[in-house]
Ligand binder design. Structure first.
Ligand code: UDP
Length: 243
């Protein structure tokens, strides 16, 4: 059963279990997808019915962000912990490198970034099979879908930012012939070394968002959604208390 956080259901799952479940989905014959909502995405979904429905129908909904964990606690339905998209992706690639039976395609980010990420990832995860890359600034979907289908990939990382990547997955990923698509935001920038991830001390303190803000002050507008998100959680809690 999923844990509802302000209209988005999250799977109460730990990182190792999410990685195992993801690998099983990638080996399954059907088509599956995973989403990694943060508070900003929950806020977007509140105003976008199509987006909400895409999140609802995902095979796995992972809690990407300390804000989700705080809200879950506040609402009296705590989740086992944060499962960030980047940690999930890393765990999955480790398993793919170990087993050698799954092929990966990287889609998204500015031209050149996915290629650079692929080179670095192949060096980090020895044995990882990356069978193709494409940047995220294309006009026509069909040639991209065709390229992915031709590559024979089983797993597709879609890194176009939210809600674009989830909508792209829902509309096109099945036609790419992959078994698992994952919406992962800006992770290719991190894997390529274009943007660095917050040091572990920030991650452990639940302050990764603050580090990103320091590095990219232009994110302030987007981050302003966080207080609104927590405010909504608080107001639901208060209403429940008084009813
Ligand atoms: N992006 C893209 N195509 C677009 C818009 C964005 O490939 O049309 C990429 C962008 O280059 C970046 C990622 O999508 O690599 C979004 O990163 P962001 O940090 O905004 O995502 P978050 O991790 O916060 O969801």
């Amino acid at each position: 059963m999923r844990t509802d956080i302000l209209g988005v259901g999250f799977d109460p799952i730990t990182l190792p279990d999410a990685v195992s479940a993801g690998a099983a989905l990638a080996r399954d014959s059907g088509f599956h997808y995973v989403v990694t909502p943060n508070p900003e995405i929950v806020q977007l979904a509140d105003r976008d019915e199509l987006f909400r429905s895409i999140l609802y129908h995902a095979d796995l909904v992972l809690a990407d962000g300390i804000g989700i964990i705080h809200a879950a606690k506040l609402l009296g339905t705590p989740l086992p912990g944060r499962v960030t998209g980047i940690d999930f992706a890393a765990g999955l690639m480790q398993e793919m490198a170990r087993s050698g039976d799954l092929k990966l395609f990287l889609l998204g980010a500015k031209p050149g970034v996915a290629e650079l990420a692929a080179e670095r990832l192949k060096a980090t995860y020895q044995g990882l099979k990356i069978v193709g890359t494409h940047d995220g600034y294309f006009k026509e979907d069909e040639p991209v879908v065709e390229q992915i289908a031709q590559s024979g990939a089983d797993v597709l990382f879609v890194c176009l930012g939210a809600p674009k990547q989830e909508k792209w997955i829902a509309a096109h990923a099945k036609d790419c012939g992959v078994h698992l698509a994952v919406g992962l935001g800006g992770v290719l920038d991190v894997f390529a070394g274009v943007v660095d991830r917050a040091p572990v001390v920030f991650q452990k303190a639940g302050m990764e968002w603050f580090y990103r803000l320091l590095k990219q002050p232009s994110r302030i507008g987007r981050m302003a959604k966080l207080p609104a998100f927590l405010g909504r959680a608080l107001s639901v809690k208060m209403k429940r208390k008084h009813s």
